[in-house]
Design a binder for this molecule. Sequence first.
Ligand code: 5GP
Length: 212
Amino acid sequence: MSNSGRAHRGLLLVISSPSGAGKTSLSRRLIAEFAQLELSVSATTRRPRLGEVDGREYHFVDRVRFEAMVANDEFLEWAEVHENCYGSPRAPILERLAAGADVLFDIDWQGAQQIRAAARADTVQVFILPPTLEALAGRLRSRASDAPDVIERRLARAREEIGHWVEYDYVIVNDDFDDAYARLAAIYRAERERRERNLWLDGFVGGLLGEG
Ligand code: 5GP
């Protein structure tokens, strides 16, 4: 029996990894496959990369605006990463959860910690590891829009990010994209099936036992 259209308690699916481990591609594919899963579009003070569109990858804002959003408590979590600020705007997330959707976050370990602290029972956290650090460096270098010193700093930070792997519920090594994706989709599917997220079951079982 399909659960679609039945009352569901939304989950917050957090995916973290060092930059270049493939988390963004994995997240995009998951969003494309599952209609009830929506991406939380973060606000950032970082400049757009080539091809990034305001409101799609990020809401690009300046520091003054970002700090005003922090002061107004507009973020569910926020953090400074690579000398830029990133935050998950609270209002659209609460609105999507209230509508019965699940929300996916592509955020770093600092944000993951904050979301865990705020909503542990509703949070599922997945960490993506690269197969080797060399593979990670290669992917960072192929992103032509970042300068060499930026890439070196990102590599140093990758080691720091990887150090937080034990804080996550699930860990996936992305040595093969299709395989890593299949694991991620399996985790999401299973987590959606958890009893406490399927609010409709209560009435359903009541009906079952009331039969005849
Ligand atoms: P990038 O600049 O490469 O798009 O992202 C840099 C890092 O910031 C990535 O690890 C990304 O997951 C993280 N990030 C993006 N948005 C947010 C956010 O809203 N909050 C936090 N804590 N991290 C974020």
